[in-house]
Design a protein around this ligand. Structure first.
Ligand code: ATP
Length: 235
């Protein structure tokens, strides 16, 4: 199995944020975790990345348990996380942000090549390579955050609400980009409140409510489900 979570529980003090969450991602898929505010989406990603400790349960990546692995070692194994709110380094240039994304790599020539690849894919980042990242538009910052994550050459990319705070046309660009990254060989686990868009590019999805997976299935089927429509697709 490429990626599997079994019976994961997470507590923050008395708050039981994740309750026996189980889910799987197959190699090559885009899988989305949908849920409203506070459902536990970010907690799920942060636990996978080793940023939040689990209370119980297992997480396996390429058949190896990672639930007790340090965050930097998880990146080395091939999992990269684009956090909510983008969190690029505002006071660094676009180029410096990309270089930071490669901080665990030693192959200088490979890093240079990958930066050129990113510039080819995102001419806007190339034009702005010396600009301070904090002065980029929201959409450009999201492109940079995703590009920075790609600089660690992930096999598995975790994206936390990439559409947040962006205008609808920009959201479309970001989802196109996510689809393209997937087609180029990266498996993707996406967290979104924008269920419509996310389901339209996903193979499968899980729905999280107050820390519990309440529904899962094929993305196309969920898009047609009356319950999903009512709760997450605006009626
Ligand atoms: P949103 O879409 O609003 O970001 P989410 O689905 O990502 O929500 P989480 O951020 O995972 O949800 O939060 C799940 C629950 O855990 C919430 O009730 C939240 O208040 C709580 N929580 C999250 N982080 C902490 C923390 N560091 N300390 C205490 N409680 C937390």
């Amino acid at each position: 199995m490429f990626f599997e979570i079994k019976d994961l529980n997470v507590h923050y003090g008395a708050i039981h944020a994740l309750k026996n969450v189980s889910l799987q991602v197959n190699e090559g898929e885009i899988v989305t975790l949908i849920g409203s505010n506070g459902a536990g989406k970010t907690s799920t990603l942060r636990t996978i990345s080793g940023l939040v400790p689990k209370s119980s349960g297992t997480i396996e990546f390429m058949d190896k348990p990672i639930e007790n692995t340090k965050a930097t070692d998880i990146v080395k194994m091939g999992i990269s996380h684009v956090p909510e709110g983008r969190r690029i380094f505002s006071d660094m240039t676009v180029l410096e942000n990309l270089e930071m994304g490669a901080y665990l790599r030693n192959d200088k020539d490979g890093i240079k090549e990958d930066i050129l690849d990113i510039y080819n894919k995102f001419p806007r980042l190339k034009e702005r390579k010396s600009q301070l990242a904090g002065t980029l538009s929201g959409g450009e910052q999201q492109m940079l955050a995703i590009s920075r994550a790609l600089m660690s050459k992930p096999k598995f990319l975790l994206l936390d609400e990439p559409s947040m705070g962006l205008a609808p046309v920009i959201v479309q660009d970001i989802f196109k980009l996510i689809k393209q990254i997937n087609e180029e060989g990266t498996t993707i686990f996406l967290v979104e409140q924008n269920a419509n868009m996310a389901l339209s590019i996903s193979n499968r999805a899980y729905i999280l409510e107050t820390g519990e997976v309440v529904m899962s299935g094929n993305a196309g089927e969920l898009l047609e489900s009356d319950d999903v429509k009512k709760a997450y697709l605006g009626g």
